[in-house]
Design a protein around this ligand. Structure first.
Ligand code: NCC
Length: 276
């Protein structure tokens, strides 16, 4: 399916996907009001150098996986949206270094987002689907979900917790590479939080182990490990080009097929370890 060798593809990802957080110098965020809200430290200053990292998808197949200890043995753990750890430690671990949330959660589920202690651990990053290769001003005027007020409200109540806004240019740089390496036309919607998080961790860590993004033998139609809801689209994708993301990640895997089958585990190198 993929057209480039894994080595070349890694170089494309490293060189063409610009993973940055919104900074005080980014156009519409240059106002004195925004200066009070955006974190002073950069993300790399906040996390430091990371060795082994784990990315934990929210898939139902994590249920009964007993991967918790293995996940927690990593230097940093990335989780998504409202994925809980309390009550699920045996399967998903308890460490949360970074939590990547979408703007829909921050806006539509604002009351829970502002109240739930789940969000108070680790570094938060929010992302919002932007128009294809939109300029930052255009996106700022018309975000998919207008999460900016909720972001500010959260920052006022948790000023010490690092909370970043992902620069939206990354999603389409990544989408272009997904499209170029697929034989079919991909729906023009941004990659899932899962895929964005994987590439984010490849910029921060020496090695990235991804759990249950490629489903193991526990594959199920249950959407999340923390809910009883069934939907095939959670694993295969509907809005997000999930199937294409998974094909790409499979192509890049440096671990074994056995690890995918038994643990849903994929191993990817950090970009600093990639030689182009
Ligand atoms: O479900 P979601 O994703 O929060 O899952 C996080 C990431 O885990 C991977 N995943 C999840 C379930 C599954 N069976 N297989 C998987 O591989 C995916 O990579 C996914 O990105 C999102 O991407 O942000 C998403 O968010 C939810 C929802 O908005 C949040 O959970 C907040 O409530 C979306 N669901 C709906 O809008 C109903 C989902 O489409 C995408």
């Amino acid at each position: 399916n993929a057209k480039l060798s894994p080595e070349k593809l890694l170089c494309q990802l490293r060189d063409r996907v610009n993973v940055t957080m919104i900074q005080r110098s980014d156009g519409p965020f240059g106002t004195s009001e925004w200066q009070q809200y955006l974190p002073g430290k950069s993300l790399s200053e906040a996390v430091g150098h990371l060795g082994r990292c784990a990315v934990v998808s929210s898939a139902g197949s994590l249920k009964s996986s007993r991967l918790g200890q293995e996940i927690d043995s990593h230097d940093a753990v990335l989780r998504f949206n409202g994925a809980p750890v309390r009550g699920f430690q045996d399967d998903v671990g308890q460490k949360t270094t970074i939590r990547l949330v979408n703007s829909q959660l921050v806006t539509v589920e604002e009351q829970q987002f502002l109240r739930e202690p789940l969000y108070n651990t680790g570094i938060l990053i929010v992302w919002d689907p932007a128009p294809y290769h939109a300029e930052i001003h255009e996106w700022y005027r018309k975000p998919d979900y207008n999460f900016f007020e909720s972001y500010k409200a959260y920052r006022r109540t948790h000023p010490e917790q690092p909370f970043y806004i992902l620069n939206p240019k990354m999603q389409w740089q990544l989408w272009d590479i997904l499209q170029e390496n697929s034989l079919e036309h991909i729906q023009p919607n941004p990659p899932s939080s899962g895929m964005l998080g994987i590439v984010l961790m490849m910029t921060l860590c020496d090695q990235v182990d991804v759990y249950e993004f490629l489903p193991s033998k526990r594959q199920t139609d249950i959407c999340h490990y923390y809910q009883k809801f069934h939907d095939h689209a959670c694993t295969m994708g509907a809005y997000h080009p999930l199937l294409f993301e998974k094909n790409l990640v499979k192509h890049l895997n440096q671990g074994t097929d056995e690890d995918i089958y038994t643990h849903g585990k994929v191993t990817l190198p950090g970009f600093q370890k990639v030689h182009c």
